[in-house]
Design a binder for this molecule. Structure first.
Ligand SMILES: *[C@@H]1O[C@H](CO)[C@@H](O)[C@H](O)[C@H]1NC(C)=O
Ligand SMILES: *[C@@H]1O[C@H](CO)[C@@H](O)[C@H](O)[C@H]1NC(C)=O
Ligand SMILES: *[C@@H]1O[C@H](CO)[C@@H](O)[C@H](O)[C@H]1NC(C)=O
Ligand SMILES: *[C@@H]1O[C@H](CO)[C@@H](O)[C@H](O)[C@H]1NC(C)=O
Length: 535
């Protein structure tokens, strides 16, 4: 009998905590992702939000095969689309890669410079149009809009590389959080923080933060190409949507700038230091996690490498499309090394393959990089792989293929933790030398990478926890306007202080001319007086 009240208390506590877990702190999040590899990033954040009890709704196009229709962590809203977006299509990406390689072979020519951008603008331009069409379908579906409005979401989460979600968030008047590195005009920081081109390398410039005069001139040209892309390629389809559905004076760019919070997929162990803003939160490396034990066969192979260790290579699914010669070059170079090699290879087995190399269709990348025998990571330079290498302290040989990959590897070479090999000029010898250099115990690649890894881990909060904290912060406070600078509402001449400068210069000139005119008239009067005075 005496136990009864205690049981009651326990029950009440249990019920209370259950209600807290299920609905008490759970919010409703609406998500408009970018398809393709960006979705992999977004999904990691959604999984973390789901485990915190939030309800998640995701927009997807009917042609998407990355974003599945049903999932245990979210409900989806499927929007009909006629054809897959470029970034969803293996064929389009393959021909883009082939064209990119042809352009790379002619590196340094004016033709290659313009053709590089033409190739890129074509891929992105069409994709932007497709996403804008998707957004129009949503704006045209009044039933759907009413449902979305009535559901009462707490937050809109989107990746603004294709800024459809930004327009929807504005229409639904929801607090907006961006999961971002790229926007339609290049790197995300350029929209929100001061970005002097004297020490911030433009995307595709392949420069680091130390540029001499001629590089700084080129840097402005590289930046100019992206500004052109924004105004003439990426923005027009969305601007049309803005004008039709959101009102006259709204630009897509200002809606991006008005986001409450930027979850930036950047960490300064990797990115070069630059100015930033209070509403930019750095979550680079949020995909990092401790490694798990390897499958038995792989573990035995790793152990069999002895003191030499293992080289891990994966270039994604695209390398098989580079032709058999490239694979043979890699195979021959590997065969000449004392290390063992695990190579994720899709396609024909190269005839020059040595008996130290194991081909696999798939590898548990994070677990293998966390293995004590992993010595070098050969990667195309996507950010997922790079952050996993930093997390586990494995130096990198970069084989950049497309997009930002070259710039990514440049950032690692600037830290002394990587070497670059160009797939269009690479030979067996140059590849072997690059690998031997990184593996040389006299050289500091490994120590530098371990130092970088320590810096990356030394933070008050894991990046993924930080992402979740700040998303919940924006939900709790219905936005984060107090963290957002309103600079973007200034006209360009006021932003750069040109009006004030013009005012100051005019004032100074005016004062000087007044003084000059008055002095002259004084002198004239004096002279006149002296002349008129009789001797
Ligand atoms: C509009 O949205 C509703 C609710 O999501 C859906 O059932 C309907 O099929 C959509 N209509 C069109 C024309 O796509
Ligand atoms: C959303 O619903 C509110 C009332 O709940 C209404 O005042 C508002 O006009 C609606 N907005 C849109 C865009 O339909
Ligand atoms: C749009 O901007 C123009 C000029 O800046 C202004 O006159 C007009 O009132 C604005 N319209 C709206 C709807 O805010
Ligand atoms: C691998 O090949 C090398 C040279 O080609 C040879 O010396 C060695 O015995 C081979 N090892 C195995 C396990 O077959």
């Amino acid at each position: 009998k005496q136990n009864l009240p205690r049981l009651k208390v326990t029950l009440v506590v249990l019920l209370f905590s259950a209600s807290l877990l299920s609905s008490g702190n759970g919010g409703k999040v609406l998500v408009f992702p970018v398809d393709g590899s960006h979705w992999l990033n977004m999904k990691i954040i959604l999984e973390a939000l789901h485990s915190r009890g939030h309800q998640i709704t995701v927009f997807r196009s009917s042609t998407s095969w990355y974003v599945s229709e049903s999932s245990p962590i979210y409900t989806s809203i499927t929007i009909a689309q006629e054809q897959p977006q470029n970034i969803e299509s293996q064929d389009v990406m393959t021909s883009f890669l082939e064209r990119s390689m042809e352009i790379r072979r002619n590196k340094g020519t004016l033709w290659a410079f313009f053709e590089f951008y033409r190739n890129l603008f074509q891929l992105f331009g069409e994709n932007q149009k497709d996403v804008a069409k998707l957004v129009i379908s949503i704006f045209e579906n009044k039933t759907l809009l009413r449902q979305l409005n009535e559901t009462g979401y707490d937050l809109f989460l989107t990746d603004p590389a294709f800024p459809g979600g930004v327009l929807l968030a504005h229409y639904l008047k929801l607090p907006l959080v961006l999961n971002v590195r790229w926007i339609s005009s290049g790197e995300g920081h350029f929209a929100v923080a001061p970005s002097p081109l004297s020490y911030i390398p433009a995307v595709f410039s392949h420069f680091s933060d130390k540029m001499h005069f001629s590089q700084r001139v080129q840097n402005i040209i590289f930046h100019g190409m992206l500004v052109y892309m924004h105004y003439y390629v990426a923005n027009p389809p969305f601007q049309a949507v803005c004008e039709k559905y959101l009102g006259d004076n709204i630009t897509t760019f200002s809606l991006v700038q008005a986001a409450d919070l930027w979850l930036m997929r950047v960490d300064f162990t990797f990115e070069l230091p630059r100015p930033t803003m209070p509403n930019v939160i750095y979550i680079g490396g949020f995909q990092g996690k401790p490694s798990k034990p390897l499958p038995l066969e792989l573990e035995e192979f790793m152990q069999s490498s002895g003191e030499h260790g293992v080289i891990v290579m994966t270039l994604g699914t695209l390398l098989s499309d580079l032709g058999p010669e490239v694979s043979e070059t890699f195979a021959s170079a590997f065969a000449s090394l004392p290390q063992k090699v695990v190579w994720r290879h899709i396609g024909k087995r190269p005839p020059t393959l040595g008996n130290n190399t194991m081909l696999v269709d798939w590898l548990p990348q994070n677990d293998i990089l966390g293995h004590v025998k992993a010595k070098v990571f050969i990667t195309h330079g996507g950010t997922n792989g790079i952050y996993e290498a930093i997390y586990h302290g494995v130096p990198v040989l970069g084989i950049p293929l497309i997009f930002d990959q070259y710039d990514n590897i440049i950032r690692l070479t600037a830290r002394g933790v990587a070497e670059i090999a160009d797939v269009t000029t690479m030979t067996v010898d140059s590849l072997t030398i690059a690998l031997k250099t990184i593996l040389d115990p006299e050289k500091p690649y490994k120590q530098n990478m371990i130092k970088l890894s320590q810096l990356h881990h030394d933070k008050p909060m894991k990046p993924i926890d930080s992402a979740v904290f700040w998303i919940e912060y924006v939900m709790r406070h219905r936005g984060a306007a107090h963290l957002r600078s309103e600079f973007y509402k200034l006209p360009w001449y006021a932003y750069h202080g040109l009006d004030v400068m013009a005012f100051c210069v005019t004032s100074v000139l005016l004062i000087i001319s007044i003084i000059w005119v008055s002095c002259r008239s004084c002198i004239n009067i004096l002279i006149k007086n002296r002349k008129s005075k009789p001797e």
